[in-house]
Write a protein that binds this ligand. Structure first.
Ligand SMILES: [Zn+2]
Ligand SMILES: [Zn+2]
Length: 183
């Protein structure tokens, strides 16, 4: 199924300079704005952040083989303490874009004339590289489960006497019952 690509999209790249002769190769460094909605719950690549690509375009019999690396910044929240964190990912890209759907299967990528769309390739690779539970640091102590304070701020002596908490609520119950009886 040939889908028509929008040549104005930054991730749609022309292979015009490469030509179709198998064995021809072209290297390109590109800096492209990150596509929207590239992330999971806690972390992702901010929209329009700069993605640096080192790419190699190679004409092969069936199409154009694109390989290389992409580097993108990440922004999100620490899964333990919810502090903002920023880091980055570097992912390897490799995709064969077929000239014709006769050679390709359903999942394969196709060229639209001389154009190819690198966004899905980058998106798939980037999503796989996102940390499932990002952390601000290996030693993040997270939040206090009782009161939610950041344990790094609260200090090592921070604790709650759990028995006291339960006792207090029991006392609350008793007092309420007493009040009921008095009515
Ligand atoms: Zn943290
Ligand atoms: Zn606490």
């Amino acid at each position: 199924m040939t889908q028509h690509l929008d040549p104005r999209s930054p991730w749609v790249i022309s292979t015009h300079d490469l030509g179709k002769r198998p064995g021809t190769m072209l290297e390109r460094r590109l800096s492209l704005p990150a596509p929207a909605d590239l992330g999971v719950d806690m972390i992702g690549v901010p929209k329009d952040a700069e993605v640096e690509l080192d790419l190699r375009f190679e004409a092969v019999m069936e199409g154009v083989l694109v390989s290389g690396t992409a580097r993108a910044p990440l922004a999100g929240e620490c899964a333990r303490c919810l502090d903002p964190i920023s880091s980055g990912i570097e992912v390897a890209l490799q995709e064969l874009f077929f000239y014709s759907d006769e050679d390709a299967s359903e999942e394969d990528s196709l060229l639209d004339g001389e154009l190819l769309d690198l966004e899905p390739t980058f998106r798939d690779a980037a999503v796989l590289a996102l940390p499932l539970s990002p952390m601000c640091g290996d030693d993040c102590q997270g939040l206090c489960v009782e009161c939610g304070v950041r344990l790094a701020d609260a200090g090592p002596d921070h604790r709650h006497e759990k028995i006291d908490v339960r006792w207090a609520s029991l006392q609350g119950l008793v007092t309420e019952n007493d009040n009921d009886q008095e009515k």
